[in-house]
Design a protein around this ligand. Structure first.
Ligand SMILES: Cc1ncc(COP(=O)(O)O)c(C=O)c1O
Length: 411
């Protein structure tokens, strides 16, 4: 855990230049910096106004259906035979994942700023669906960039985005996954930064996005802490969450950072721990720059972002949020790995044992939690179940069948 005082968190980070220690900042062309400065200023003033806060609160309650519950996974806990497992049910947030928490905040800011169009990338499609939903809600245009590989893998979410009125732009260069989708969306944004706003999908990108997305996701932690206390009269021993860019993780961790609670981010171990076969960035990366910010980064021999892979499209990103990078260095968050097979196993198991089909991203956190619960014997673990698995059902069953026994024959 930690001996450092985090009582001023989250106001401790970032500093005025958008740095989390040596991470974060803004490494972008001057013309884009002008626009980022405007967004920073608008966010810092507008988001503190009563009108903004009231409207966001009302959206959270009446449109998103918050608060989402915390659920004691009784049967899963019994099966693991150790620590008690609790799930924060972000899969029950409207659109099926935590992503809508920051998209509605970003959409509301866009409305207050007089923007006409929301632009973003998406990997698993959850951020794309959430942003398309926000655009429909606020009456704005929406353009989502998505790698061709992910378009095939996450077909149900592509249909949802189109139904919601978004234009989906296929990205056909490089590995055709999340990193290239970010490159493509950035390029589109640069063409018209006056009328549009780039709503990045995680706690990544240049300042102010890691701060803004973090702030909008703190609702997950605030609710969880209160709900868990109501249920048990105390604090969990461990809080776990999967980490792609790190938004659902920082959202839930933020409430527990100054408490005697172990915080564990679970990264995708993919097919193997050889470079190119996984996306465990905080665990195996080193400091570098990607998409306008500094963070732990998986790099090739030339120092360029390395190719990455995970069965979960939303986790295969070579960077990680700057706040995660700092909190890793400070020893406040530890980072562990769950591989494709473990995530698949958790995907099937949670479906059968608790009646909850998790997103493949969230299944990584469940997989690690199950292992840890067995080791701990006593105590409790709160897991952020960041999203539901409807988007993954077709892909998983077509590739691997309907149970882990069936899957093992194909793996
Ligand atoms: C359900 C779900 N969980 C987690 C993630 C990973 O993103 P982050 O690390 O920003 O929470 C994604 C990304 O698409 C997702 O769809």
């Amino acid at each position: 855990m930690t001996t450092k005082d985090y009582s001023r968190y989250p106001h401790q980070y970032p500093d005025a230049s958008g740095h989390f220690g040596s991470y974060g900042g803004s490494y972008i062309p001057p013309e884009l910096q002008v626009e980022m400065d405007k967004i920073t200023k608008a966010y810092q003033t507008i988001s503190q106004t009563h009108r903004f806060i009231e409207e966001l609160r009302s959206i959270r309650k009446h449109f998103q259906g918050r608060p989402t519950p915390v659920f004691h996974a009784d049967r899963l806990s019994e099966m693991c035979g150790g620590a008690q497992i609790y799930l924060k049910r972000e899969d029950l947030n409207h659109t099926g994942a935590h992503k809508l928490n920051h998209c509605m905040g970003e959409g509301l800011l866009a409305k207050f700023m007089g923007k006409k169009k929301l632009i973003a990338e998406t990997g698993a499609g959850q951020h794309g669906v959430a942003l398309a939903t926000a655009a429909a809600y606020f009456g704005l245009e929406c353009e989502i960039h998505m790698g061709e590989v992910d378009i095939v893998k996450e077909a149900p979410n592509v249909t949802r985005m189109k139904l919601l009125g978004a234009k989906v732009v296929p990205v056909s260069f490089g590995l055709r996954t999340l990193k290239e989708a970010v490159d493509s969306a950035f390029e589109a944004y640069l063409k018209d930064p006056i009328n549009s706003i780039y709503c990045i999908g995680s706690v990544v990108g240049p300042h102010p996005f890691p701060m803004m997305v973090r702030d909008f996701q703190t609702i997950v932690g605030i609710e969880s802490k209160e709900q868990y206390f109501d249920m048990t009269g105390g604090l969990p021993d461990v809080v776990c969450a999967c980490v792609g860019g790190g938004s659902n993780a920082i959202g839930i961790f933020s409430a527990f950072i100054n408490d005697p609670v172990k915080l564990v981010g679970i990264e995708p171990g993919g097919r193997s721990l050889n470079l190119g076969d996984h996306a465990a960035t905080a665990a195996f990366g080193k400091p570098g720059i990607i998409h306008g910010f500094k963070c732990y980064l998986l790099q090739d021999l030339e120092g360029e972002p390395a190719p990455v892979y995970s069965i979960a499209s939303g986790l295969d990103y070579p960077g990680v949020g700057p706040e995660h990078s700092l909190l890793k260095d400070e020893g406040r968050i530890s980072y562990e790995v769950a591989d494709d097979k473990e995530a698949l196993d958790a995907f099937y198991l949670l479906s059968r044992v608790e009646g909850i089909i998790p997103a493949l991203e969230s299944a990584h956190a469940v997989a690690y939690t199950m292992k840890l619960a067995k080791e701990m014997e006593l105590g409790s673990i709160l897991v952020n179940l960041s999203g539901r698995g409807d988007k993954d059902m077709e892909f998983v069953t077509a590739e691997y069948g309907f149970s882990m026994d069936e899957a093992k024959k194909k793996l």
